[in-house]
Structures are given as structure tokens and as C-alpha cells.
Write a protein that binds this ligand. Structure first.
Ligand code: TRP
Length: 337
């Protein structure tokens, strides 16, 4: 018998460290949108997780979170079909994080590959903090708090998910079965390059944001890297080695992809023209999202109401889990009555 997937809880989150870019959209959000009708979906803005790296200046986090909410809804997340909320509006995240921190061996955290990697990459910040080491414990709390079954994330989150399963198992083995095993749901997403050809990432400063106005898109497309071997206009190009062509894969219909690939190989189309084409396609794709986002941001109170209402719904499930957790660890004064 097919299981009713509406019983399955999907949970995922995104740190509010800046505007949502195409890498976030194609790497995560598009997938989140697609899951909405099949599962009970919980999606949240990880504002506390933003603090783990940006703690010395937190002044923009709440504002960024609100903008992110507008981006998410404009991208197709629907507060009627999914529970959309902010981590800090459900303080149970902090409570579960604390309890999980008690049973998490330090060695497990020090071994997480993203830990050393990020320390190296963000060398300009002091990440030798308690909170940063505990990042994946907080993430585990996020997941287990909703007793989530599926966690749609990018491949870069694989080690965090593995740790979440280990911590959940350890909790269950000490205190009894409370948490189901959360499985990562990786989406086969095309690699989204940044304008410089490296992976699109805010820390590289190479993003195309959902909110970028048309002129900015055109400018960024003009600056895009192309096939390095195609030095002159009359040289034949190699779409498969061209950064620009990856964008066609994301936003152009198959016929156009085909035609551009062919004309590029024959040097019938040049990189400059192709950049204009890409800018047009990106703008066509982004325009409805930009419009919707602007509309939403014009009524901040309404947007905040959406966030609070989602957080209230999230809290219902979170409170239920915490009651079970407190009973499991035998620190539930309700049980002493
Ligand atoms: N660490 C995730 C990222 O950087 C964001 C995140 C925080 C998350 N908590 C989560 C993702 C819980 C999935 C589930 O993308």
C-alpha cells in the first residue's frame, strides 16, 4: 500500500544572511515549492543560525529575515499550504538545542567537514566560538523539534544531516524513541555558477539575486565569464565548457538551448550577443518574482502577520515534541502531578 505522504513531515530552513539568489532558488527553494502539496511542510528562516557567523553585527538580521520571507513567498512558497516561520519566534528551538548539546560528544562536532572549511574560508572572522561549533546541534534541534522525516537540502548539508541522525539516535537510545530518523532529500539540481564561474555564493560576491533590477541583471551578465578558449568572435565556442550556457540550462526553453548551443559551436553567435540573450531570459524569469516581492514588502505589517501566524502553527508541533522530550528525560514537572 502506498504510504500517505501527507503524514510525512518535511522541514527545511535557510539562514537569513542576505538576499536570496539564484543558487538558493534552484538549489533549494524550487524544490521546497514542489513538495508543498505532497507533504506536511515546515519551512523556516534560520535567524539564529545567521548569528553564528555574523554575531558581531546583528543589526540587519531581522530586516533581512523579513525580506527573505518576501522572497520566499514571491518564489512560490504558500503560507496557506506550508508552515512558514522564523526560528527565533519559536524559542523551543533553543530549549531542544540545549538538551541535545548535553549528549553531543565534542569529537562529533570537530569532525564535521564544514566546520574546518568555514573557519578557513571566513578567516576574517573569529569563528572559534561555542555557538559556531554547535551550529549543527542547533540544526539538529531544528529538525528533531518537528519530528521531521524528510529534509530537503543541498548536497553541502549531507554531513550536517548525518550528524542529526546520530544525535537523534543517541537521544533515542538513552531516553526512548521520540525522534524518527530524518532523511536528507537531495534534489538533482544543476550546478548554479556565479557570474565568475565559481559556485554562486554570497561569500564570493558573485550572486544574481532574485531582487536584482533589470539593469543590474544586464550588467552582471555583461561581466559573466564565458568559455576561456573562445578568445575571438570567430573562434568556435564550447557550450559545455561555458559558464554562460549553464544559465540557459536553468532559464531557457529547450529549443533555445539547442539553437544557442549549435550557433555557439559554429561561431554564428558571439558571447556578447549571448550575454544579452541570457539577460533577457533571466529578466523574464525574475520579473514576476520581483513584482510580487515588491508588493509584499509594501505592506510590512501584513508580512509580519504571516510570519507570526506561521510561527504560531510551528509552535503547536514544537510544544508537543518538547512535552515528549521533557517526559523522556524525566524533567517534566507536569508528570509529577
Ligand atoms: N545549515 C543550513 C544551510 O546552511 C540551514 C539550516 C539551518 C537548515 N537549520 C536547518 C536546513 C534545518 C535544514 C534543516 O543551508
Amino acid at each position: 500500500m502506498p504510504v500517505n505522504t501527507r503524514d510525512q513531515v518535511v522541514l527545511s530552513g535557510m539562514r537569513s544572511t542576505g538576499r536570496i539568489h539564484l543558487g538558493n532558488y534552484f538549489g533549494a527553494i524550487k524544490n521546497w515549492v514542489d513538495l508543498q502539496d505532497r507533504y506536511r511542510c515546515y519551512y523556516f528562516i534560520a535567524d539564529w543560525h545567521a548569528l553564528t557567523t555574523d554575531y558581531s553585527d546583528s543589526s540587519r538580521i531581522a530586516e533581512t529575515s523579513l525580506e527573505m520571507l518576501a522572497d520566499l513567498i514571491a518564489s512560490g512558497l504558500d503560507p496557506e499550504r506550508s508552515v512558514i516561520f522564523a526560528q527565533s519566534l519559536v524559542p523551543e528551538h533553543a530549549e531542544l538545542h540545549l538538551l541535545l548539546s548535553m549528549i553531543t560528544p565534542l569529537g562529533w562536532l570537530e569532525r564535521v567537514p564544514t566546520y574546518k572549511e568555514q573557519m578557513r574560508e571566513l578567516a576574517n572572522r573569529d569563528l572559534r566560538t561555542y555557538g559556531f561549533l554547535g551550529y549543527p546541534v542547533l540544526q539538529t534541534g531544528d529538525i528533531l523539534l518537528y519530528r521531521a522525516h524528510l529534509v530537503p537540502v543541498g548536497e553541502d548539508q549531507a554531513s550536517h544531516l548525518e550528524l542529526s541522525r546520530e544525535i537523534g539516535r543517541r537521544f533515542n537510545s538513552f531516553f526512548g524513541d521520540v525522534f524518527p530518523e530524518p532523511k536528507a532529500l537531495f534534489t538533482p539540481t544543476p550546478r548554479v555558477p556565479g557570474v565568475d564561474g565559481r559556485k554562486m555564493s554570497k561569500s564570493y560576491g558573485n550572486t544574481i539575486d532574485l531582487a536584482d533590477p533589470p539593469e543590474v541583471i544586464e550588467q552582471k551578465c555583461r561581466e559573466m565569464f564565458t568559455d576561456p578558449q573562445r578568445a575571438r568572435r570567430k573562434d568556435p565556442g564550447r557550450p559545455e565548457a561555458c559558464n554562460l550556457f549553464q544559465f540557459h540550462r536553468l532559464v531557457s526553453p529547450p529549443e533555445l538551448q539547442e539553437r544557442v548551443a549549435q550557433e555557439c559551436r559554429l561561431a554564428h553567435i558571439g558571447c556578447v550577443e549571448d550575454k544579452k540573450l541570457i539577460a533577457e531570459r533571466l529578466n523574464e524569469f525574475l520579473e514576476p518574482i520581483r513584482v510580487r516581492r515588491q508588493e509584499l514588502l509594501q505592506d510590512r505589517d501584513a508580512l509580519l502577520d504571516v510570519l507570526h501566524e506561521g510561527s504560531r502553527k510551528a509552535k503547536e508541533r514544537a510544544a508537543e515534541t518538547m512535552d515528549q522530550v521533557r517526559t523522556a528525560i524525566s524533567i517534566n514537572y507536569r508528570d509529577l502531578r
